[in-house]
Design a protein around this ligand. Structure first.
Ligand code: NAD
Length: 493
């Protein structure tokens, strides 16, 4: 049986399991069911952790950090161990892909071709980068020598969302651990399986058990105690803006730990009449529907110049013929289920509310109740969406695109920025001057020209406004959030 078949078989037999990975700690008996969004079946058990787990993880992490067992290793030695881990991930790639598929409902082909390769690449990139970071020397006179150094922060909590379970784990854990911190991972309770396997593989590779711990359970039972713990030095959070606010409160009410927030978005895609419509269609569709729209950078707000709307719409409908809604275990599926019933109901409500608000469905709009769990929503396009509508303002996290038209460049910029969020954006034009003129005025952390992209691992990713602040994931910038600056000042007297 292949690794994928084994995971799928175990999921059918409800034998998957995940729980805390903390040295010397016994998991509590209390478990919660792991339910697959594919068919609403229980596929295993997740240990429902508590503040007891968090406290044990913090003690282990702190002891490890202060002992220097990981933090004190030369960066080249941390690199060596991380690269052993990378090799193990590559050996288990199919299994990791299958776990994200059954846990999150992500299409297996995406997991195999995008999520897991990107996860492995992230670890490799930070492992290889960490022994190439240098400090600086202050420009003093000969009476002093100032060394400006970066050092690990200490005990870092990584709180993760459910939409890219393995990849979000990598974006946080790879730079934080490479920099020498002790990291406590708190995966989303809906999707903890790949985080559990990744952490087990880390320990096999030689990452000390206290340098990388895992707590499982709900946000209230484990996320909050982590956010409030007096001996946690920072929390790097990816998730909703609403919960991001709570982490600021936890910090303010405890030890003023550093908080980095990577939150939601409502990203615009602007199509100008001088754009190459044929070429942009696959990008626009990927931006809106990739990962079922359960994507922080989802480009669900399509702003189209009135003169090309008919042509764009025709292209989108043609392109969507290739977007099959189906079981994520089928290799040709591009749209799987919503991650859980509550989320499915929330997304479905957007369909009803947008119709009631007066917009028109020009493609899709159907729920596939005959498929598996029934939480499958086909890619949908609404035309005639205006800025007051919920669909224009709120993050859907589902496969629904809103079309709004404009006539002038100035109007397009105003519409693009008419949002509390500022994570990502795309603009399509064949005019170089317009591209850079507009890009400079869009209030978002990433502006892609003639395509949809979050940039690769070399480029920092993060948001403006309610999409977050405090640091960036990816790129060398990610090291900044997991290190602090120290000056060592030699006085020559
Ligand atoms: P969420 O905010 O519900 O949960 C995120 C994490 O916080 C989970 O681990 C959860 O258990 C924990 N949590 C929930 N309630 C908590 C509480 N009261 N106290 C402490 N912790 C708590 O987010 P989600 O639904 O898992 O993920 C979707 C959101 O994540 C979307 O808004 C999406 O845009 C965002 N996201 C952002 C990025 C980015 O890079 N900016 C990437 C992926 C997802």
């Amino acid at each position: 049986m292949s690794a994928i078949e084994t995971v799928f078989a175990n999921a059918r037999n409800a034998t998957l399991w995940a729980g805390p990975l903390i040295p010397g700690f016994q998991a509590a008996e209390t478990c919660m069911p792991i339910i697959s969004p594919i068919d609403n079946q229980t596929i295993g058990q997740l240990v429902a952790g508590s503040d007891r787990d968090v406290n044990a993880a913090v003690i282990a992490a702190r002891n490890c950090f202060e002992s220097g067992e990981w933090s004190g290793l030369p960066p080249a030695e941390r690199k060596r161990i991380l690269l052993v881990w990378v090799d193990l991930m590559a050996k288990h790639a199919d299994e990791l892909a299958a776990l994200d598929c059954v846990d999150a409902g992500k299409p297996i082909t995406e997991c195999l071709n995008t999520d897991i390769p990107a996860t492995i690449e992230t670890f490799q990139w930070y492992a290889e980068a960490v022994d190439k970071c240098f400090g600086r020397i202050s420009p003093t006179g000969s009476d002093a020598l100032g060394l400006i150094t970066k050092e690990a922060i200490g005990v870092v909590g990584a709180v993760l969302p459910w939409n890219f379970p393995a990849q979000m784990y990598a974006w946080k854990v790879a730079p934080a651990l490479a920099a020498g911190n002790s990291v406590i991972v708190k995966p989303a309770e809906l999707t903890s399986l790949s985080a559990y396997l990744l952490t087990q593989l880390a320990h096999q590779a030689g990452v000390p058990a206290g340098a990388l711990t895992l707590v499982t359970g709900t946000g209230e039972a484990t996320g909050e105690p982590l956010g409030r713990h007096p001996d946690v030095d920072m929390v790097s959070f990816t998730g909703s803006t609403e919960v991001g606010r709570l982490f600021l409160k936890y910090s303010a009410e405890s030890n003023l730990k550093e908080i980095v927030l990577e939150c939601g978005g409502k990203s615009p895609q602007i199509i100008f009449e001088d754009a190459n419509i044929e070429k942009l269609i696959p990008h626009v569709l990927a931006a809106a529907y990739w990962n079922m729209g359960e994507n922080c950078s989802c480009g669900g707000r399509l702003l189209v110049q009135e003169s090309v709307k008919t042509a764009v719409l025709a292209g989108l409908k043609e392109g969507l013929k290739h977007w099959k809604t189906g079981l994520p275990t089928d290799t040709d599926t591009m749209i799987g289920p919503m991650v859980e019933e509550a989320h499915f109901l929330k997304v479905r409500q957007f369909l009803d509310d947008t119709l009631a608000a007066g917009a028109t469905v020009v493609h899709g709009g159907k729920v596939h109740s005959e498929l598996g769990s029934g939480w499958y929503i086909e890619p949908t396009i609404f035309d005639g969406v205006t800025p007051e509508m919920r669909l224009f303002q709120e993050e859907v996290f589902g496969p629904i695109m809103a079309i709004t038209t404009f006539n002038t460049e100035e109007e397009a910029i105003q519409l693009a920025n008419q949002s509390q969020y500022g994570l990502a954006s795309s603009l399509y034009t064949s005019c170089l001057h317009r591209a850079q003129r507009v890009a400079r005025r869009i209030k978002a952390g990433t502006v892609s020209i003639n395509g949809f992209s979050e940039g690769d691992i070399t480029a920092p990713f993060g948001g403006y406004k309610h999409s977050g602040f405090g640091g960036r994931d990816k790129g060398m910038e990610a090291f900044d959030q997991y290190t602090q600056t120290k000056v060592i000042w030699f006085v020559n007297n």
